[in-house]
Design a protein around this ligand. Structure first.
Ligand SMILES: Nc1ncnc2c1ncn2[C@@H]1O[C@H](COP(=O)(O)OP(=O)(O)OP(=O)(O)O)[C@@H](O)[C@H]1O
Ligand SMILES: [Mg+2]
Length: 573
């Protein structure tokens, strides 16, 4: 709950004002039955209509004030709850944007989605109810007991006797609630995951006619969610019902005892009427408190889940860069090994070095670790062992911003966003129109963009679904090539280009990107044979490193690939 309290701090004055208004309103409510007892026992026996009217008027004003105060305070509370939740949601989103790849994989994308949506909604509900009833109910409870004590201490004793039972019961049940609601939210994660997969994979599902299978899968997840919800609610629903029973027993006891006391002349009938009203007030206050406990359990489970994300510290903290170190290399991998958090090493003992303006080609079978190398250069992950130098400096010393500003990359699973082609290429950065046009030419995207009626202003759907595979790749290339970055990483980025376009792209890279250091990952020998060095990978290990000619002369695997792809003919451009 510390989380919520921290977030309420900026609204301190509004919260205080709301609490004061609520407090005054509730006090008025408390005074009403006492006032009634006074009228019944003291004023009416005097048989003075003026006095009766006066005290009746006082009651009317008090109840009007109580009503007004409640409405005003509730409105304030709603607004505060809304603002606070908005704040939490904003911070959560901000945090998620800056989480490391490993941390995101750790929590899971779907779980993050449900934390931003469903968990913040729970916080909103909890906050609203806590502030609306959290102040009123305890005041009514304590105030009610205090006033009844002054009215008739003996009767109050009866009431107070059942309180501990109720208290123990409520806390016991609520303690069970938090883990149950935690489980419930996990089921929500599962549901989001299934829906996400279904929607993103909708084309595949339709193409393979797997709708029935997917529906069954969804129903299973949905059923688990319903079960978790039922368990949580059934457990907590027991508490108001049991409470009701105990309080009604108490009420009966009070009536029996008070009948004896009135008969014996120990108390007055008006007091009994007031007492019964207070009893109802106290009963309702207790019920409200149990409801608060239920919501609190739910809110706490959600707050913990949100906090888990907010507490995450960036693990990729930059060190200091030594500007004086001159270097002749752009990028060096020195005996680098890396394992994904949940698996064995994806690459082992990789070493290579690339000079400024040079091209490194990386080849290897599926799963051999090519993309992993690209991810390490971009610091999406940090290597497990060895050293990576960028411009002669330990790569960990760069902030991610500084690093990414100098690298243009098209990743294998890169995405376009639901925006215009222009915005997708600029991607929030500032480049001149000339640079933009140049990038479009270099990326071989001119032809297809010119054919669009609205050209660069053409609006893309999420993930660029309204483009062909090759068109998507060209827009992604333009995004990476714009502004001639220091280092360019193209991971399988020409796979969807036809041979002719691919050749044009390579020509553009050779002529316009002389100063740019290029890392080209490809399956086709033709795409990388002109690279200064070629790195050949197999199952995460280096099995070849050299120029095309060197490898062709001495490396059996490379020879095999080359033979397989070209039939032994020399490729010309
Ligand atoms: N996010 C990840 N978490 C865990 N393991 C991963 C992850 N990404 C890749 N791997 C594993 O690391 C190994 C290397 O994967 P990588 O993506 O680098 O291969 P690749 O050479 O790029 O393959 P492809 O040619 O198919 O793109 C594989 O065995 C893969 O299962
Ligand atoms: Mg790959």
């Amino acid at each position: 709950m510390k989380l919520i309290i921290n977030y309420l701090k900026p609204y301190r004055s509004r919260v205080t004002l709301g609490v004061i208004i609520k407090f005054l309103g509730t006090m008025m409510e408390l005074v009403l039955p006492w006032n009634l007892a006074y009228i019944l026992d003291q004023v009416i026996p005097q048989k003075d209509p003026k006095k009766i009217l006066f005290w009746g008027g006082v009651m009317l004003v008090a109840s009007a004030f109580a009503l007004w105060a409640n409405i005003v305070a509730n409105r304030m509370v709603s607004r505060i709850a809304k603002d606070t939740t908005e704040h939490i949601r904003g911070d959560l989103f901000h945090k998620i944007t800056y989480l490391d790849t490993t941390q995101i994989e750790d929590v899971g994308v779907s779980s993050l989605v449900s934390r931003v949506t469903s968990d913040t909604y729970n916080i909103h509900l909890t906050l609203g109810v806590m502030m609306r009833m959290g102040i009123r109910a305890p005041i009514l409870l304590v105030g009610g007991i205090l006033i009844t004590t002054t009215l008739d201490p003996i009767l109050t004793l009866v009431l107070v006797a059942i309180m501990p039972i109720v208290f123990v019961m409520v806390t016991h049940i609520s303690k069970k609630g938090v883990p149950l609601f935690g489980k419930l939210q996990k089921q929500v994660d599962q549901l989001v995951l299934t829906v996400r997969e279904n929607v993103t994979g909708s084309r595949v599902i339709k193409a393979l006619s797997k709708e029935a299978y997917e529906r069954q899968r969804f129903e299973n997840v949905n059923q688990s969610l319903v079960n978790a919800e039922t368990t949580a609610n059934v457990t907590l629903a027991a508490s108001p019902a049991l409470l009701d029973l105990f309080l009604n027993l108490g009420l009966t006891l009070v009536i029996v005892v008070s009948a004896y006391r009135v008969n014996a002349g120990l108390t007055q009938p008006g007091v009994i009427v007031a007492f019964l009203t207070y009893f109802t007030i106290i009963l309702n206050a207790m019920l409200s408190i149990t409801r608060i406990f239920v919501l609190y359990s739910r809110g706490l489970a959600s707050a913990n889940r949100i906090n888990e994300v907010l507490r995450k510290k960036p693990t990729l903290v930059p060190g200091a860069i030594d500007q004086r170190k001159p270097t002749s290399t752009k990028l060096v991998f020195d005996d680098v090994t890396f394992a994904y958090p949940d698996g064995g090493p994806a690459i082992e003992n990789i070493s290579f070095s690339v000079k400024p303006g040079e091209t490194l080609g990386i080849m290897g079978a599926t799963g051999s670790g090519k993309t992993t190398i690209a991810s390490l250069i971009l610091r999406l992950y940090d290597r497990t062992a060895g050293q990576i130098l960028f411009d002669g400096q330990e790569i960990k010393h760069y902030s991610l911003d500084a690093l990414h500003q100098r690298i243009g990359a098209v990743l294998q699973k890169d995405v376009l966003f639901a925006d215009t082609i222009r915005e997708n290429i600029l991607f929030g950065r500032t480049f001149s129109e000339e640079q933009l046009q140049q990038a479009i030419d270099d990326a071989q995207a001119r032809e297809f963009i010119d054919k669009l009626a609205d050209g660069l202003e053409h609006h893309l759907e999420a993930k660029g679904q309204n483009l062909s595979g090759g068109q998507k790749q060209r827009v992604l290339l333009a995004r990476a090539l714009i502004g001639q970055p220091d280092l360019l990483i193209l991971d399988d980025s020409s796979s969807a280009l036809d041979y002719h376009t691919d050749a044009n792209l390579r020509k553009a890279l050779r002529t316009h990107f002389v100063d740019t250091t290029k890392i080209l990952i490809a399956q086709r020998v033709s795409s990388i044979q002109h690279a200064d060095k070629i790195l050949l990978l197999d199952k995460g290990k280096m099995i070849g490193y050299g120029t095309h000619d060197e490898l062709l002369a001495a490396n059996p695997t490379y020879q095999e690939i080359y033979q397989g792809q070209t039939g032994g003919q020399v490729i010309e451009e």
